[in-house]
Design a protein around this ligand. Structure first.
Ligand SMILES: Nc1nc2c(ncn2[C@@H]2O[C@H](COP(=O)(O)OP(=O)(O)OP(=O)(O)O)[C@@H](O)[C@H]2O)c(=O)[nH]1
Ligand SMILES: [Mg+2]
Length: 637
C-alpha cells in the first residue's frame, strides 16, 4: 500500500513557498480572496500530489510574514518534515532565521532545502548560506534543490528529492494514540460539521468516538476523508478531514484537538526541559549556536510569562525556573499532552524590543507534576528531573510519583510498565519498600495507642499511609503483616511472649486467671470473678488475641491448650461417654463442660452420637492437627 507523507513549508515572506506548492500539486494553497489580492499567504494552505514512487505527499503551506507567525506555528506544530524555502535572489532573510528557529525548537530532523526563483539569480550563494544555517539545527545536513516555479527548472529533481524525503521518514505506529490538532472547522451543506488536521500517528476509523479537548466532550466520527477521498479509516501520517456528528462548527476551532479517550493527559501544569533558546533580535538571531545551547542552561533570558505552542494550539503560561534548564509551566488553558513530546516557547514581549520574539524548544518531562509546597521542593525536583532522559520511561515517572495507575501512565504516553502490585496499581520498588517499613511503624503506633483493638482497620492504615486505594494496603500486608476481618495485624514471631503487648493491668489480671486455671483447668472464671479482676469483654478479647487465653464460648475462657488437655482426660473414659461422665472426669461444672464439649465437637476432637453420647476421634498421643497443617499422609510424600 502506498504511504502518505505530510510536509510543511517554511521560509521568508514572498520567497515562493505557495508558488512551489502550486507548481508541483496544481492546487492553490492560498484559499482566501484576500490572500490572492495581496499576493501573500495569511492562513494555512493545503495541497497534495502523487510522487514518482506512487507514495502521496500532502503539504501544509504556511505564511512567511511575521504578522502571521502564529498561523505558521499552528501549521508546523503537528508535521514531522519540512520543505525549507529560500529565494535565490534574496538569500537568507529574517523570517528564514525565525522559521528555522521554530523548526529547531520543535526538533524536526527531516527536511529538504528548496532554493526558489533560480530563474532570477544564481542559486549557489543562497544555497550555501542557507545550508550553513540549517546545518547547525535539528535538521542538520539536508539535500538542497534549486527550482523555478515559473520555468519549471529543477521540478523533476525536487519531486525525486521529496520522494526520498518521504521514504526516509520513520513509519509511524498505526497503534499509537490518535491526536488530531484541529486546523480548520467548517460546515458543509449535506454533511454538517467538518474538521481538518494532521494525523501524525495512530488510526481513526469511521464511527470512532473521540474526545474534544479541552471540554473532553465525546464526539462521533461520521466519515473520514484523506486527501479529499472518503476512506473507512485514516492511518497516520495523513491529512484528514473528519465529518463529526452532533456538534456545531461554532463549538470547534483551531487549537482544539480530537483525541482518543484515555490516551492523553489533559493538563494545565507541566515540567519541561528547555532544549534550546534562540535569543530575540538582530541578524544573528536564529542561529541556535553553541552559545544558545549554553543559554538553555540558564533560563534568565526567558521571561516569566511566555506563550507555549503545541500542535495547532497556543496558550499563555507562567514559567517557574526549577533548576538549570528545567522549568515548571502553568498553562492558562489545559492541553492534551504526553511526556517526551516537544513544545515551543515564545516570548511575545521581546517583539516590542524591535526584534523577533525569542523562541525556545522544550521537551515535556511530566504532565502531572506534584505540587512544590515544601521548602527546597523545587531544587529537589530539578535534581530528579535532571537525571531523566527526554523520553521518560515508566521507571522514571514511578520514581517521582511512587504509586500510579497503569491507565495514568498510558494517558501520559507510556504503554510499557512493570507488573502491577494490585489491580492496575504500579509502584516504584524503593517507594514500596519504604511503605512496608511505614506500615510496620503505623501498626506499632496504633497498637501502642489502642492496645485492646483487634488490629488496625485497613482503611485507617490506608489513610495513615496516604495511599489512594485499600487494595494497596492489602498488597502491602505480606508477612509479618496479615489481614483478618478487615484489620491488619503484625504476626508474632514464633516463641515470642505475647504478654508484653497487653496493657499492664490486663496482663496482671490475666496472670491471676492463669493461676486459677492451672489449679482447675476446666473451670472457667465466672462473670463475677472477671468483674473483680477488672476484665471486660474487650480485655478478654485482647488476651485471647494475644494467645493468653483460649475462648471456648461467649462466656467461657480457659488456658491455651485446654482443648488438647481435655482430650487427654477424655481418652481415659470408656467410649462412648456421656456429658455427665465427661464433666466428672474433667472436674468441671455444667457451665464449662457443656460449651467445652461442643467446642471439642466442632474442632473434630470428639464426635456427638445420635444418643447424645460422645466418642473421642483421635487418641491422646495424636493431638488434633493445628489449622493449616498438612493433611497426614501428605506430610511425608
Ligand atoms: N520568477 C519567479 N517568481 C517566483 C517564483 N516563485 C514565486 N515567484 C513569485 O514570487 C512571489 C511570491 O510568491 P509566493 O509563492 O506567494 O511566496 P510565499 O513564500 O508563499 O509568500 P508568503 O506566503 O506570503 O510568505 C509571487 O509573485 C510569485 O509569482 C519563481 O520560481 N520564479
Ligand atoms: Mg505563501
Amino acid at each position: 500500500m502506498s504511504a502518505i507523507h505530510v510536509v510543511v513549508t517554511a521560509g521568508h515572506v514572498d520567497h515562493g513557498k505557495s508558488a512551489l506548492i502550486h507548481a508541483i500539486t496544481g492546487m492553490e494553497p492560498d484559499r482566501w480572496a484576500e490572500e490572492r489580492r495581496r499576493g501573500m499567504t495569511i492562513d494555512l494552505g493545503f495541497g497534495w500530489l502523487t510522487l514518482p514512487s506512487g507514495n502521496r505527499m500532502a503539504f501544509v503551506d504556511v505564511p512567511g510574514h511575521e504578522r502571521f507567525v502564529t498561523n505558521m506555528l499552528a501549521g508546523v506544530g503537528p508535521v514531522p518534515a519540512v520543505v525549507f524555502v529560500v529565494a535565490a535572489d534574496e538569500g537568507w532573510m529574517p523570517q528564514s532565521a525565525e522559521h528555522l528557529a521554530v523548526v529547531n525548537a520543535l526538533g524536526i530532523s527531516h527536511g529538504l532545502l528548496a532554493v526558489t526563483k533560480s530563474d532570477l539569480a544564481d542559486p549557489a550563494a543562497a544555497t550555501a548560506e542557507a545550508a550553513s544555517h540549517i546545518a547547525r539545527t535539528s535538521l542538520g545536513e539536508i539535500p538542497a534543490v534549486a527550482v523555478s516555479s515559473v520555468t519549471g527548472a529543477g521540478i523533476p529533481e525536487l519531486l525525486r528529492a521529496l520522494d526520498e524525503l518521504g521514504q526516509s521518514l520513520p513509519p509511524p505506529d498505526p497503534g499509537a494514540p490518535a491526536r488530531i490538532w484541529i486546523d480548520r472547522a467548517f460546515s458543509m451543506t449535506g454533511s454538517g460539521t467538518v474538521v481538518t488536521g494532521t494525523l501524525p500517528a495512530g488510526t481513526v476509523h469511521r464511527g470512532d468516538e473521540l474526545v474534544i479537548t479541552p471540554s473532553m466532550r465525546p464526539v462521533r466520527v461520521r466519515d473520514v476523508q484523506v486527501l479529499g477521498e472518503p476512506v473507512p479509516a485514516a492511518c497516520g501520517t495523513a491529512r484528514v478531514a473528519l465529518n463529526l456528528r452532533g456538534i456545531s462548527k461554532d463549538a470547534l476551532r483551531r487549537g482544539m484537538a480530537l483525541v482518543q479517550a484515555g490516551r492523553w493527559t489533559l493538563t494545565d501544569m507541566i515540567d519541561v526541559r528547555i532544549k534550546s533558546v534562540s535569543p530575540a533580535v538582530e541578524s544573528g538571531y536564529g542561529r541556535p549556536s553553541a552559545q544558545a545551547q549554553a543559554a538553555a542552561g540558564d533560563l534568565g533570558q526567558l521571561p516569566r510569562t511566555i506563550t507555549i505552542h503545541v500542535g495547532s494550539a497556543r496558550t499563555i503560561a507562567r514559567l517557574r525556573p526549577l533548576g538549570p534548564g528545567l522549568a515548571r509551566l502553568s498553562l492558562a488553558d489545559p492541553l492534551p499532552l504526553h511526556v517526551g513530546e516537544p513544545v515551543l516557547l515564545r516570548d511575545p514581549g521581546s517583539r516590542r524590543a524591535g526584534g523577533w520574539p525569542a523562541v525556545a524548544g522544550a521537551v515535556v518531562l511530566d504532565v502531572n507534576p506534584p505540587l512544590l509546597n515544601r521548602r527546597g521542593a523545587a531544587a529537589a525536583a530539578a535534581k530528579l528531573l535532571a537525571s531523566w532522559p527526554d523520553q521518560p520511561a515508566a521507571a522514571d515517572l514511578l520514581a517521582r510519583h511512587g504509586i500510579m495507575r497503569a491507565s495514568s501512565l498510558l494517558a501520559m504516553g507510556i504503554s510499557e510498565h512493570p507488573v502491577p502490585i494490585s489491580g492496575e496499581w504500579l509502584a516504584d520498588p524503593g517507594r514500596w519498600r519504604t511503605l512496608g517499613h511505614q506500615l510496620g511503624e503505623v501498626l506499632a503506633s496504633h497498637a501502642a495507642a489502642e492496645p485492646l483493638a483487634a488490629g488496625m482497620p485497613v482503611e485507617a492504615a490506608r489513610a495513615a499511609l496516604d495511599l489512594p486505594d485499600r487494595r494497596l494496603v492489602l498488597a502491602l500486608a505480606k508477612p509479618p503483616f496479615r489481614v483478618s476481618c478487615g484489620a491488619l495485624h503484625i504476626a508474632r514471631p514464633a516463641g515470642q511472649d505475647a504478654g508484653p503487648n497487653l496493657p499492664e493491668a490486663v496482663l496482671a489480671a490475666v496472670r491471676i486467671l492463669r493461676a486459677d486455671l492451672a489449679a482447675a483447668p476446666f473451670l472457667s472464671p465466672d462473670a463475677d470473678r472477671l468483674r473483680k479482676l477488672g476484665l471486660d469483654a474487650r480485655s478478654i478479647a485482647a488476651a485471647v488475641r494475644a494467645g493468653e487465653l483460649m475462648r471456648i464460648s461467649d462466656h467461657v475462657v480457659l488456658a491455651p491448650g485446654a482443648d488438647v488437655a481435655a482430650a487427654a482426660v477424655l481418652a481415659g473414659l470408656d467410649q462412648p461417654f456421656t456429658a455427665a461422665q465427661a464433666r466428672q472426669a474433667l472436674e468441671s461444672t455444667r457451665r464449662t463442660a457443656i460449651p467445652l464439649l461442643e467446642f471439642l465437637d466442632s474442632a473434630g476432637i470428639t464426635e456427638r452420637l445420635a444418643d447424645d453420647r460422645r466418642v473421642l476421634r483421635s487418641g491422646p498421643a495424636d493431638p488434633p492437627a493445628p489449622a493449616g497443617a498438612l493433611v497426614r499422609g501428605e506430610a511425608g510424600s
